[in-house]
Design a protein around this ligand. Structure first.
Ligand code: CMP
Length: 140
């Protein structure tokens, strides 16, 4: 199995409730290593650019508004099949559909305030990691 990296974002609903440590425990207990991490307040331009792929979706403006409503924690997670593994750890996008034992089941509030983002493919993971981190900021 391949060791991969994926981009994770702990979203404003989670930082507001002071559960970043709790979420990190899901990642670490699930076999992923946090090899880079920083807390940021995104600008509207950052959020719009990051979620560019959703620009035509009805929820895009609200999503960008929400992602700039408070601090986020951006992270690089590393491990075997990290992209897929992280998606399993996070659970379904809508917390109402998320499986027991997942972050979104435990902590997500609704389809928008769903506590975490994770890359959906290795190709997007590489792009999303480069969006937030330079090489020297990923010490491993
Ligand atoms: P994320 O995995 O970060 O990818 C896009 C985000 O859009 C998603 O999580 C949600 O936070 C947000 N979102 C808001 N409404 C919807 C919706 N109806 N379907 C999918 N994603 C939504």
């Amino acid at each position: 199995m391949a060791v991969e990296r994926t981009l994770s974002i702990i979203k404003p609903d989670a930082t507001a409730r002071n559960v970043t440590g709790k979420i990190n425990a899901f990642f670490e207990d699930g076999g992923l290593r946090i090899v880079a991490q920083k807390r940021l307040l995104l600008t509207k331009e950052h959020a719009q650019k990051f979620y560019d792929v959703h620009a035509q979706r009805a929820f895009y403006d609200e999503l960008c508004e929400y992602m700039t409503s408070g601090p986020v924690v951006v992270q690089v997670l590393e491990g075997e099949n990290a992209v897929l593994r992280n998606r399993e750890i996070m659970g379904a996008t809508n917390p109402a559909n998320a499986a027991e034992g997942t972050v979104r089941k435990a902590l997500g509030l609704n389809v928008q305030e769903n506590s975490v983002h994770g890359s959906d493919s290795p190709e997007n993971a590489a792009k999303e990691i480069a969006f937030f981190f330079s090489g020297i900021e990923i010490p491993g």
